[in-house]
Every structure is written in C-alpha cells, then in structure tokens.
Write a protein that binds this ligand. Structure first.
Ligand code: GRG
Length: 316
C-alpha cells in the first residue's frame, strides 16, 4: 500500500492535498482505494496444493505497488455511473496482468532485474522456471477471475471487457510493445515514433484498458468511451515519460527497483531524446490535455483528474 506514513512502503505519495482546486484529498482517496484493492487481491488467490506456485503468484501480486490500474478502473466505472462491486474483479485482473508482465519483464531473458517493488524479483526468489509459471498462472487466472466473479453486469458487456483485456495483453498491446523494445535495445537511431510505439503498447495499452474496461462495465456510451480513451492515452504516455525521468533522477529505495537501468541497457528514452526539462514539459502538457477531456463531466470526474495529476507528481 502506498502511504507516506507506512514505513514498509517502497513508494511515497507527494502531498497533493492542497494542489487541487476541489475539496478532494488524493492521499486519502489513494489509501482508501488501495486498501480495497489489497483486500480483494489477497482474497482472490488462496494457497492450495501445489502450494509453491500459489505462493510465487502471491509473492509478486501482494508486494505493494501503486495499484494505479485497478484504481483507474474503479474510478472510471464510478464516473460512468457504476458501482465499485461491478468493477472490483476486473480491477484485480488488471493488477494480476500487470504483475505478470513485471515478473516476465524482470527475467534474465528480458530486462534481467534483481529487484522489484522493494523485494528480490520473482525469479530470484523462486527460480526462473517457477517465475515463468507464476506469470502464466496470473495471466490465465485474471481472465477466469473476471468471468467468474463479476456480478450485476450484463454478459455482453462482460464479453467486451474480456476482449478488451485480451487485446491489451496480446501482440496488439503489451507483447507487441515488449518485442519492439527488445529489438531497439542498444540501437543508436531509435526514432520518436518507435519510442512512442513501444510505450503506447508496453505501458499505454493496459492503462487504457483499465480506464475503458471500468467505464464499459458501467455501460458508458460511445461519447464517454471516446473521452476516456483520449484521457487514458495521454496519461499513459505521460506516465512513461515520467517513468523514464525517474529512472535517471530517483534512487533504488524510492523506486523499489534498480535505478539507472535505461542508461545501463543503452535504451532510448524520452530524456535521452529531449532532456529532462523538456520531458517534464511534455508530460505536463499531456496531463493538462487528459484533464480537459474529462473536466466536462464536473464533480464526477474529480478522482480521474486528480489521478492524472498524481501521475506526474509521483516520486516512484
Ligand atoms: C503480457 C503475455 C504478456 C507478457 C508480458 C514482459 C512483457 C510481456 C511486457 C512488459 C510490460 C512492462 C513491464 C511494461 C512496463 C510498464 C511499467 C511502466 C511498469 C511500472 O508500473 P508501475 O509504476 O508499477 O505502476 P507498480 O509497481 O507501482 O505497480
């Protein structure tokens, strides 16, 4: 859970409580929503035989993290007039998918990282064989969880959400982004359009699916889905720009993972193309545009507006 007061956290929340025009406390909102998500995730995967694989799945799933994807999903569902209960299984599934992508990303065959969310990576703890299977187990279970546990949502809406999640994970999403990322490593001439492709798929696709699935579960109309999509694309890109900046400026303790990894792996990043000040300006512009998309919905949109601010103010 992220909380400035929680000494076990690997992340910290900047004080945004007074930086917003509305009577809305983001720190309180985040810690309440994180508590809801943590409890649901904890309950979602009990440990049964063969215990080792369930423990490995839970090891990474319950290791903290900002829980941004589930929180975006819940907030979008509420914006569209739905309830938390309608979206909670999908919110958990998004975190399962995100966590499995981190487990596989950290493998020696990919980014080869030793630390994640302030702990040894899954393969360091359980070995590569179990880490691969823990990722596979989380991915498959995410879809089962949405299909079995979602209630009060018509089946045709649920089907759309399942298809959307699949699209975000497949070669049309995370997998495609990861492939181009791996191919681009060490190349000196990575263009802005390739960098945008990598991150729109590797990072943006799941963030967009988080917002859109939440809205879709509540039966959002095309107009709202369109605005949510533009909001999510903007925050997704801004999120990655800030991720790249933090890789240069933050410490391992703040990040909960190895810092300076992009330079070490000779990866093209937004700061390497633009420098840090311009990267921050671009991220700020994207966030302002994201907020403008949803500001028309007034008070209902306040949590999503504040979450957009959080994306650039975060320190981890
Ligand atoms: C999805 C089938 C399948 C395979 C995975 C490895 C891979 C293919 C894709 C890589 C995806 C990846 C790791 C993208 C990086 C996304 C990103 C910016 C992660 C950091 O997210 P935060 O900051 O992390 O939200 P926390 O720990 O807070 O949840």
């Amino acid at each position: 859970m992220i909380s400035a007061e929680n000494p076990h956290t690997t992340t910290s929340v900047p004080d945004l409580s007074s930086s917003h025009d509305f009577d809305f406390n983001l720190v309180d909102y985040l810690s309440q929503r994180q508590a809801v998500v943590e409890a649901a995730l904890d309950a979602s995967i009990p440990v049964v035989y063969p215990e080792k694989i369930y423990e490995a799945m839970r090891y990474s799933l319950l290791a903290g993290g900002k829980r941004l994807r589930p929180i975006l999903c819940l907030a979008a569902c509420e914006l569209a007039g739905g309830t938390l209960d309608m979206a909670l299984p999908t919110a958990c599934a998004l975190e399962m998918i995100h966590t499995m992508s981190l487990i596989h990303d950290d493998l020696p065959a990919m980014d080869n990282d030793d630390f994640r969310r302030g702990k040894p990576t899954n393969h360091k703890q359980y070995g590569e064989d179990i880490a691969i299977l823990a990722g596979d187990g989380l991915l498959a279970y995410a879809f089962e969880h949405v299909a079995i546990c979602t209630q009060q949502v018509p089946a045709e809406r649920l089907l759309k959400v399942v298809a959307r999640l699949g699209h975000a994970v497949a070669a049309t999403g995370l997998v495609g982004g990861q492939v181009v990322d791996l191919e681009s490593e060490g190349m000196a001439d990575v263009t802005l359009s390739t960098l945008n492709f990598i991150h729109a798929h590797k990072t943006g696709a799941l963030l967009e699916a988080s917002v859109l699935s939440g809205a879709e579960l509540a039966g959002a109309d095309q107009h709202l889905l369109q605005r949510c999509s533009q909001y999510a694309r903007n925050i997704g890109l801004a999120f990655q720009i800030i991720d790249d900046v933090l890789d240069v400026t933050a410490t391992r303790e703040e990040l909960g993972k190895t810092a300076g990894k992009d330079v070490q792996a000779q990866k093209a990043t937004y700061p390497s193309l633009w420098g840090i000040p311009e990267s921050q300006r671009q991220a700020q512009r994207l966030i302002e545009e994201a907020k403008a998309e949803l500001a028309v919905y007034g008070e209902q949109a306040i949590p999503l507006l504040a979450l957009a601010d959080f994306i650039i103010a975060r320190k981890s």
